[in-house]
Design a protein around this ligand. Structure first.
Ligand code: AP5
Length: 212
């Protein structure tokens, strides 16, 4: 199974991808998570990408496309994968086609903008393993501590209101048009992600034609 999950910042792409990863036993590949890891390790890619992430802008296509190409060559991708946050521009979608990648689905999770600001403001991420939580909707068992590895939970640098609004604006201008691209390719499936996490998962499974 090869899926890309699209949708706005805070729409629940990462949350649902983590659930699908367990269900299908295939890797969850988040371009945002890869970039944040490169930033933490201060690699040349991370150093170059930091200012874009901090400003809520997209990292240049060439950098992202090369990064994804390299990741998809790894052994764990042989049985399929869940792409989270890639492609995000028409150039990235076309590059994926020219890599010969045939997706099974482009899953779009739709959530209205007013919900997204609240979701992203309350998100917390584990500093060690990058597991994601929400202070209200998906709290850890112990406040500030990751259930999975005991790591410290922190707020992402781009989850401040001004940057969230910029990310939303970039999403509407540059990524949302991909819905038409995937609709025309017959791959688009749309779910409504404004309800609780488990309700969205039910919709996602139904849209992908699998039982939970
Ligand atoms: P990235 O890390 O991909 O961020 P994003 O697209 O802005 O998406 P998020 O991770 O913020 O949200 P999500 O949809 O995964 O939601 P989540 O499940 O966490 O990218 C970051 C940056 O990297 C970009 O801005 C860009 O600079 C760069 N980048 C990445 N990919 C790129 C590319 N291809 N090209 C160029 N640049 C790229 O959920 C959010 C919160 O809500 C969580 O707290 C969660 O617990 C909660 N939640 C989830 N679902 C529900 C629900 N149904 N009900 C209640 N709460 C919920």
């Amino acid at each position: 199974m090869k899926i890309t999950i699209m949708g706005p910042p805070g729409g629940g792409k990462g949350t649902q991808a983590d659930i699908l990863k367990e269900r299908f036993a295939i890797p969850h590949i988040s371009t945002g998570a890869i970039i944040r890891s490169e930033i933490r390790e201060e690699t040349p890619l991370g150093v170059a990408a930091k200012r874009y992430i901090d400003e809520g802008q997209l990292v240049p296509d060439d950098t992202i496309i090369q990064m994804v190409k390299t990741r998809l060559l790894e052994d764990d991708c042989k049985q399929g994968y869940i792409l989270d946050g890639f492609p995000r521009t028409l150039a990235q979608a076309e590059a994926m086609e020219s890599m010969g990648i045939a997706l099974d689905y482009a899953l779009d999770i739709e959530v209205p903008d007013n919900k997204l600001v609240e979701r992203l403001g309350g998100r917390r991420e584990c500093k060690e393993c990058a597991a994601s939580y929400h202070v209200v909707y998906n709290p850890p068992k112990v406040s500030g501590v990751c259930d999975k590895c005991g790591g410290e939970l922190i707020q992402r640098a781009d989850d401040v209101k001004e940057t969230i609004l910029e990310r939303l604006s970039v999403y509407h201008a540059q990524t949302e048009p991909l819905k038409t691209f995937y609709k025309n390719a017959g791959l688009l499936v749309v779910v409504h992600g404004q309800e609780e996490i488990a309700d969205t998962t039910r919709e996602v499974m139904k849209a992908l034609g699998v039982s939970e």
